[in-house]
Design a protein around this ligand. Structure first.
Ligand SMILES: C[S@@+](CC[C@H](N)C(=O)[O-])C[C@H]1O[C@@H](n2cnc3c(N)ncnc32)[C@H](O)[C@@H]1O
Length: 277
């Protein structure tokens, strides 16, 4: 595997000198110790729950052979650190059974922190799924905040509503809009949103970026989940459409004068940026 050192404008994919692969599997018995409420005892890989993303890859090794945050023991450790409540664990379980990839616990905790940092009152989520990321966002938002969440699958949104209810949120805290993001986002108001979380169709991320710049207030945040594409985005060997489109988003966010960006190596890569005032 040749690692990209850059997502530069020519996408020339110059290989990194350190092209050696990092191990992607974690021995569950030798994984890092994690903090528990009663002290440091459990092993991260044992504690990391299978949730369709990092725990699956880290704790059990799924043979995907990819390099990303989800293959490093630190990923399992960060997931284990982000202990989740029962309502979230149930939503995660339902997501797994439905074959929907929920955000990892560490990514969820990051979203929660970002929502809290922004004192977010109005948040847009693209890709409701079964509500795992939504619960995390709602936990970080102001108590009177409203999450507007869009998904093409109303059945999933029904289960997400159930997750929000189980997590203790009043019905009016979440507005679930069924439909394609490309159709729904243009109907949302300019400049009023504190945070936009993008976890829908990877092929539409450039479009979500344009809409986010319009939707966000100055100082608001946009986050894109899954920009590593399970390691393919940083591997010069991959030049498929999705990977090229994700690199275009990475480049556009990094180079935008309107944004202050960071790429967090959480699970499958969380690209975040603040809209400059
Ligand atoms: C990865 S899942 C979202 C998981 C969710 N964010 C979570 O962590 O619990 C992606 C979701 O995006 C939805 N989706 C796919 N394409 C979409 C589109 N064009 N517009 C809106 N939602 C879309 C899918 O139906 C799916 O539920």
């Amino acid at each position: 595997m040749q690692l990209l050192w850059s997502v530069g404008s020519d996408l020339s994919a110059e290989p990194c000198a350190c092209s050696a692969t990092r191990s992607t599997s974690v021995n569950a018995r030798t994984g890092p110790r994690v903090p528990t409420r009663s002290g440091y005892s459990r092993r991260a890989a044992q504690h990391a729950r299978p949730h369709g993303r990092s725990a699956h890859a880290t704790a059990h090794g799924d043979g995907r052979g990819t390099i990303s945050g989800n293959g490093h023991p630190a990923g399992a450790f960060a997931d284990a650190f982000a202990e989740e409540e029962n309502a979230l664990l149930r939503a995660r379980q339902r997501s797994r059974l439905a074959g929907v990839r929920a955000v990892s616990p560490a990514t969820g905790a990051t979203l929660r922190l970002l929502a809290a940092t922004a004192c977010a009152k109005v948040v847009v989520e693209i890709g409701t799924g079964l509500g795992v990321s939504g619960v995390h966002l709602l936990r970080g938002m102001r108590p009177d905040g409203v999450l507007t969440t869009v998904d093409t699958e109303p059945d999933r949104q029904q289960l997400a509503r159930e997750a929000f209810r189980e997590a203790g949120f009043a019905v009016n805290r979440a507005r679930c809009i069924p439909g394609r993001a490309a159709d729904v986002l243009p109907r949302l108001a300019d400049g009023g949103y504190d945070l936009v979380f993008c976890d829908g169709d990877r092929h539409e991320y450039m479009r979500y970026l344009a809409e986010s710049l319009r939707l966000l207030r100055p100082g608001g945040l946009v986050c894109f989940e899954g920009v590593f594409a399970h390691g393919r985005a940083m591997d010069a060997a991959y030049q498929d459409t999705e990977v090229r489109e994700l690199r275009e988003v990475l480049r556009a966010v990094r180079d935008s004068d309107a944004l202050v960006p960071v790429l967090l190596p959480t699970d499958d890569g969380l690209l975040c940026a603040v809209k400059r005032p």
